[in-house]
Design a protein around this ligand. Structure first.
Ligand SMILES: [Zn+2]
Length: 84
């Protein structure tokens, strides 16, 4: 059981954000307006080791930049440290 070091709430998961591209089919309406149909989300994967934004789902504060460390902290293997 992990407790957020910022808000002290019990949390069972974190929220991770990373950049991705969204692919659409672009068509047109009869009036000539763009019509978008979402096809999928494509990870950019420029650098899989790039720092990530990993937040507490309760207080939205950034707790980690590394998913491996975040997972170890969730199960109590490591202590939390302020990300650099
Ligand atoms: Zn929190």
């Amino acid at each position: 059981m992990a407790k957020c070091p910022k808000c002290n709430e019990v949390i069972f998961h974190l929220e991770l954000y990373e950049r991705a591209q969204v692919q659409y089919d672009l068509g047109a309406t009869q009036e000539g307006e763009p019509n978008y149909v979402q096809r999928g989300i494509i990870d950019l994967l420029i650098d899989g080791d790039a720092p990530k934004v990993i937040r507490c789902p309760r207080c939205d504060r950034r707790l980690f930049t590394d998913a491996d460390k975040a997972a170890q902290w969730l199960v109590g293997k490591i202590e939390w440290q302020e990300p650099a």
